[in-house]
Design a protein around this ligand. Structure first.
Ligand code: ATP
Length: 406
């Protein structure tokens, strides 16, 4: 580090009592000039110290940001293979790369060979992970026969018929398919804008077939569990097999099944491995019994066509934003438990909500209720719905989030 220049000496005034008045005056003049010079020098130093201080505080800000990013950035999963005097040998999951790395004494004290650990970009061990089941539990949401029924879904009549035919029938009437001698579709892909009821459809089928609903989000798989994606996909199918009848719901499948890009970053390789595992699980799927797969995406255009081949996601069902009847039905469903004033005309209001998704309509009804509460009323009036619509449009314009879904 460069040392800052030392401060100039404070000028001293030495007046000899023997001096003549002229000599004293000269000495005082010299002293004054010296003080002015030192003052200029100090001002200059102060200016450059201020510039330096501002540069340094920029550096601090930058470092703080980097530190924040490092703290929040993804960690990679690895196994501690061997503890040596020189460090720890870790083997990264996914690519099986082995490296000798350092570990802080506090972690080293509790670390044992065989432990699963999280490592950062420079392979340094950041934490020891809990038992194997941890990431499995975190990555998957398991519900025994979820409590969503077809009646809770508004406006997707045709889509519902298709989903039921492709998923429900093979689960409930497997024998019929065998008798006719055809393979039921392996997987169904629901695609359409966000918040249109894709998850609801999958849950309702699981409910109707009394199946376990196992949900996994594609984005989480590759973002949160780097190095674990392929293993988690394997686990997912294994779990479904243990809990059959089961419906595997893979949300945001585009995160693991996007078109291949030219870039060869480790992240891409991880995504590739996860997708290959998914494809191989689906290909070996025939004799797995009562398991069906439903995937969903808002980005159909991004999907790698490999997953749409026969025997994989070969039933594509578009789930669009609701039309006016659909919107009316969704309004009815979400206001069922609300205390509506006599002036409320849901059909007329549905006509005013063109372009809104089911999720947006659901949040609109909650927002209308909030307006009634703010006004100290227990009944919700038509005006509240209009106010809610205005608010939601304004929120959208300003980019803020709508209220929580009902
Ligand atoms: N068709 C619908 N009928 C009734 N409610 C709906 C409908 N679509 C959406 N909703 C409401 O919006 C919420 C979110 O819907 P859901 O999670 O099924 O959408 P999604 O299509 O899976 O969304 P994303 O693509 O963002 O995951 C539901 O819990 C429900 O309250």
């Amino acid at each position: 580090m460069s040392r800052s220049p030392s401060l100039p000496e404070r000028p001293r005034l030495d007046l000899d009592p023997e001096m003549t008045p002229e000599e004293r005056l000269d000495a005082l003049r010299d002293h004054f000039e010296e003080i002015v010079r030192v003052n200029e020098q100090l001002t200059e130093q102060l200016d450059s110290a201020r510039t330096r201080q501002s540069d340094l505080s920029d550096d601090v800000d930058q470092l703080e940001r980097e530190n924040e990013t490092l703290k929040t950035s993804s960690l990679y999963i690895a196994t501690a293979e061997e503890l040596t005097d020189d460090g720890v040998v870790v083997k990264q999951h996914g690519n099986n790369q082995e490296v000798l790395t350092e570990v802080s004494p506090s972690i080293r004290d509790t670390l044992e060979a065989g432990d699963r650990v999280a490592i950062n970009d420079s392979f340094s061990v950041k934490q020891i992970l809990e038992a194997e089941t941890d990431s499995r539990a975190q990555a998957m949401q398991v519900e025994r026969s979820p409590d969503v029924s077809y009646d809770d879904i508004g406006g997707l009549e045709e889509e519902m018929v298709e989903v039921r035919e492709a998923v429900e029938e093979p689960l409930l009437n497997a024998q019929q398919f065998r008798d006719v001698g055809i393979e039921p579709p392996s997987g169904v892909l629901l695609h359409g804008p966000p918040g249109t009821g894709k998850t609801m459809l999958a849950k309702a089928v699981a409910n109707e077939t009394d199946a376990t609903f196992i949900k996994m989000a594609g984005s989480e798989l590759v973002r949160k569990f780097i190095g674990e994606g392929a293993r988690l996909v394997r686990d997912l199918f294994e779990l479904a097999s243990e809990r059959q009848p089961a419906i595997i719901f893979i949300d945001e499948i585009d995160a693991i099944a996007a078109k291949r890009t030219e870039s060869k970053t480790s992240g891409d390789a991880e995504v590739q491995r996860t997708m290959m595992q998914l494809l191989s699980e689906m290909d070996g799927f025939d004799d797995r019994g009562e398991i069906r797969i439903i995937a969903a995406t808002n980005r159909f255009d991004m999907l790698d066509r490999a997953i749409l081949r026969p025997g994989r996601f070969d039933r594509l069902i578009e789930v669009p934003n609701p039309d006016v009847e659909g919107r009316e039905r969704i309004l009815e469903i979400h206001t069922e438990d609300m205390n509506l004033a006599d002036d409320v005309d849901l059909a007329a209001f549905a006509a005013e909500t063109e372009g809104l998704s089911g999720a947006e309509i659901a949040s609109l009804t909650t927002e209308a209720g909030m307006f009634a509460i703010r006004d100290d009323r227990t009944t919700v009036e038509q005006g509240d719905f209009h106010d809610a619509l205005d608010k939601i449009s304004q929120d959208e314009e300003s980019g803020s989030q709508p209220v929580a879904f009902a």
